[in-house]
Design a protein around this ligand. Structure first.
Ligand code: FAD
Length: 316
């Protein structure tokens, strides 16, 4: 079922959904089930599975030279999605990125998804690789997520890259895209970021999932800016509780989001052992306010740790 249909069917009730990461290489599907099993009592209509492109690592050889090798630490997104759908009977959403894919490889990945009965995707650009200072697309790949959305839109109209295919079967993908309540870090400014987001919607995306945030004011401001720009699709807040003191520094560095002053004060004045509870309490009050504001869904970044997410979701 399309994600947007889940929202329609919910008739204004706020749904709860989860994002999981493929386990590190050598892990198994049981790792995913262990994360998801306790969360299934909240009836998530869909589960997102992230995609992790290959990274370069440098291994020192006996000669003293370094050898550059490409490795993927967390493979398996498509297979995991198929397995989740089969095991739990809920929709699974693979994250599909531009990085590392030519347009043809993207088309083949989408054909595989179609075969597997997976009709929802979150279309993303992906980040620059480690050791690269900017995102570099494949020679015949997409530079921005909007181009990926356009490609999927074309396939939904039966248009494939291979132009010898006439009247190709129309795929039926419902496409989500990423939005940034505190602006994407590469954007020149907030307003331009909203414009690029609108381009993704105009290209055929049907809903937005946001980057995590810890200050609801940022989300409400973003939602208003989207409305002002003529973006009328569902906007799903992405949420993660703070669990460790060091995240006051690591989360802004990694995700380019700010912590509100009040939360910073509380964390600084709390012993490390009590930070998990503080983070859960903060997250619950964030979620309650979001729910009251009528968001269609609250999307939790589980980071493979369901215990903490469970404690938040059970209070909603
Ligand atoms: P885009 O929408 O392409 O935007 C990238 C940058 O380019 C922005 O600064 C934007 O303003 C700018 N831009 C857009 N269009 C244009 C244009 N026409 N001209 C000039 N500039 C433009 N990453 C993964 O690798 N795997 C995942 O599974 C994953 N899941 C994610 C899930 C969510 C909900 C979110 C919010 C992010 C996720 N990411 C994931 C991270 C994401 O790939 C990065 O944030 C990436 O840097 C940007 O992706 P995007 O799709 O927002 O890119």
């Amino acid at each position: 079922m399309k994600i947007t249909d889940h929202f329609t069917q919910a008739e204004g009730n706020t749904l709860v959904s989860f994002e999981v990461l493929p386990p590190l290489k050598g892990g198994s599907m049981q790792d995913i089930f262990d994360t998801l099993d306790p969360l299934m009592e909240f009836n998530p209509p869909f589960i997102d599975v992230t995609y992790h492109r290959e990274e370069f690592v440098y291994n020192k050889r006996a000669s003293g030279y370094y050898e550059k090798t490409a490795i993927r630490k967390r493979p398996g997104t498509v297979g995991i999605c198929a397995s989740i759908m089969h095991h739990y009977g809920v929709d699974a959403i693979p994250h599909l990125i531009c990085g590392g894919f030519s347009k043809e490889e993207t088309e083949n990945a989408l054909i595989d998804l179609q075969f597997l009965g997976i009709h929802n995707v979150l279309a993303l650009r992906g980040d620059a690789r480690k050791f690269e200072d900017k995102f570099i697309p494949e020679t015949d790949g997409h530079k921005y997520a909007v181009e990926l959305v356009q490609q999927i839109h074309e396939m939904n109209h039966g248009n494939y890259l291979d132009t010898s295919i006439e009247r190709g079967a129309k795929t039926d993908f419902c496409v989500g895209v990423a939005g940034y309540p505190e602006k994407h870090f590469e954007s020149p400014n907030f307003q331009q970021d909203i414009q690029y987001l609108k381009d993704k919607i105009d290209a055929g995306a049907s809903y937005i999932v946001t980057q995590m945030f810890f200050d609801n004011k940022k989300f409400f401001n973003f939602k208003k800016a989207c409305e002002d720009a003529g973006i009328n699709v569902p906007i799903i807040p992405g949420i993660k509780p703070l669990t460790k003191k060091y995240q006051l520094n690591s989360i802004p560095r990694k995700f380019f989001v700010d912590f509100p002053e009040e939360l910073v004060k509380q964390v600084v004045n709390t012993h490390e052992d009590a930070i998990v509870d503080l983070g859960i309490e903060w997250c619950i009050s964030q979620c309650k306010e979001l729910k009251e504001s009528g968001v269609p869904c609250i999307h939790f970044y589980t980071m493979s740790d369901s215990k903490i997410i469970y404690k938040v979701a059970e209070k909603l």
